[in-house]
Ligand binder design. Structure first.
Ligand code: GLA
Length: 485
């Protein structure tokens, strides 16, 4: 079996490899299907090739939370409920689940907004080791374009006082005048109530305040729209304080959609870290569709981040995701990956050439390799492609750096992926609808396009004529050896 590293929150993990329910089955999923898929992946060598995650995308949930507020499986379709996860674990798989940072998911199932800690604990206790966290139903919040126009996200109410009360028998209670920052001593560590007294002013939108304790725990306070009849108002929330001195900072970090996204995703990221069971970290896949350039902020929070809207099983759809990712290589680092979305290899009407190019390009882009095809009925050619150890190694081994992309001309892309200090992979990719002629390029000239590659390889690279949409893939080492894959 391919070597799999287990410390998924450590910074050097390769991109995740696995299979997801979404691209082929969307809403039509149930435990029988997933178990059949797992059996097939075991039997046909996909698990051994490294595809170890089975990710159950949207629609695993029932529409209602349980009486304790926890998400639950749709038991009509998943009678084993979370027992399915253990069963898949026993078969050698890790299991991924899906939720949304909005009030609902993209398929209108309950989302995790406001339930981050509880949901992270639920997922961790069930044994999930991957969470895809989507961006849907973020509608009544500052990120909605209509509300953005009205510019309410940045507002904070006028604070009149801050009161901290102990929850428990000791009767601790202190009130402070308005401040951005305050230092207070509490007699014991634990949960406290923070109350904000504020001046109610007529407002059509909610206002927001984040109270952070010791740069660590926090409380979110939302001030409702109001006709402003009775002032002052009072809003309460719970916060964790430590015994002794605590520093509280009161801010509204939301300057717009970007900060709002960052806040939503970092809340779940933190919750997952806190909830993860020992030895079972949870790989955090941010699925914000590239709306607020997550490559500029998500590396600190998650393991991968979608850079675009959903991939489609057409060449045009694949190219949109490729183009959205190809120039983002400088934002990637080992363990933190741009995600051009799941693979469409073997789905739709892609030609053999297109399937091969798609797979190689995703490996070169250091993309998570999440298959979407129906692996129960995969033909031999497709299997040979997606289990090719040399191509998978480009994605999974070595320096774990995304290829750089240079446009040699409008139709021809050059991708260079440093693999080790002394080797790299190079792709020439014909994006056009017409074949290319043979090209001869001095290798030293070619490698100058990526300054991360600082070894010299002599000779001339002969690139054979490429069909429309075809990729030529070469491996170079500093001994002057070139191999065409
Ligand atoms: C969004 C995501 C998809 C998929 C669906 C599920 O569209 O981008 O990958 O998870 O939601 O509803």
């Amino acid at each position: 079996m391919a070597k799999v590293r287990d410390d998924a929150m450590s910074s050097k993990l390769p991109p995740v490899m696995g299979w997801s329910t979404w691209n082929q089955f969307q809403q039509h999923i149930n435990e029988g299907l997933i178990l059949e898929v797992a059996e097939a992946m075991n039997a046909n060598g996909l698990l051994d090739a490294g595809y170890r995650y089975i990710n159950i995308d949207d629609c695993w949930q029932g529409s209602q939370r349980d009486k304790d507020g926890r998400l639950q499986f749709d038991i009509g379709r998943f009678p084993r409920k979370e027992g399915l996860i253990k069963e898949l674990n026993t078969m050698g798989f890790k299991v991924g689940l899906y939720s949304s940072c909005g009030k609902m998911t993209c398929e209108d199932m309950p989302g995790s907004y406001g339930f981050e800690d509880l949901d992270a604990k639920t997922f961790a206790n069930w044994g999930a080791e991957y969470l895809k966290y989507d961006y849907c139903h973020v509608v009544d919040l500052p990120t909605d374009p209509h509300y953005m126009q009205e510019n309410f996200a940045t507002e904070m109410p006028k604070i009149l006082y801050i009161a901290i009360s102990g929850i428990g028998p000791d009767g601790y209670e202190r009130q402070f005048p308005t401040a951005d920052k305050l230092v207070l001593d509490v007699p014991r560590g634990g949960t406290y109530q923070v109350a904000i007294g504020y001046e109610k002013e007529k407002a059509h939108h909610r206002k927001f305040l984040l109270v952070t304790a010791n740069n660590d725990t926090d409380a979110q306070l939302w001030f409702p729209p109001t006709s402003g009849w009775n002032s002052p108002g009072r809003i309460t929330a719970n916060i964790e304080l430590k015994s002794g001195e605590n520093t509280l900072v009161l801010t509204n970090p939301i300057q717009g959609q970007r900060e709002d996204s960052m806040l939503r995703y970092s809340r779940m990221g933190k919750a997952l870290k806190n909830a993860a069971l020992p030895g079972r970290p949870i790989f955090y896949s941010i699925c914000e569709h590239g709306r607020t350039k997550p490559w500029t902020w998500a590396g600190k929070i998650g393991s991968s981040w979608r850079v675009s809207h959903d991939i489609r099983s057409t060449w045009g759809g694949i190219m949109k995701c490729y183009e959205a990712t190809a120039d983002l290589w400088s934002f990637q680092s080992p363990g933190a990956y741009n995600d051009p979305d799941m693979l469409e290899v073997g789905i739709g009407n892609l030609s053999d050439t297109e399937n091969r190019s798609h797979f190689i390009l995703w490996c070169m882009l250091s993309a998570p390799l999440i298959l979407g095809l129906d692996v129960r009925y995969t033909d031999a050619k497709t299997m040979a492609l997606i289990t090719n150890p040399e191509i998978i190694a480009l994605n999974q081994e070595g320096l774990l750096l995304q290829a750089s992309r240079t446009k040699l001309n409008d139709d021809l892309d050059l991708l260079i992926k440093p693999l080790t200090k002394t080797s790299c992979a190079v792709c020439l990719f014909n994006k056009s609808e017409t074949p290319t002629k043979e090209i001869c390029i001095p290798i030293s000239e070619l490698l100058k396009h990526d300054e991360r590659v600082c070894f010299a390889t002599n000779g001339v690279l002969k690139v054979p004529p490429l069909k429309a949409h075809e990729v030529a893939l070469f491996l170079f080492d500093d001994q002057g050896n070139t191999r065409c894959l």
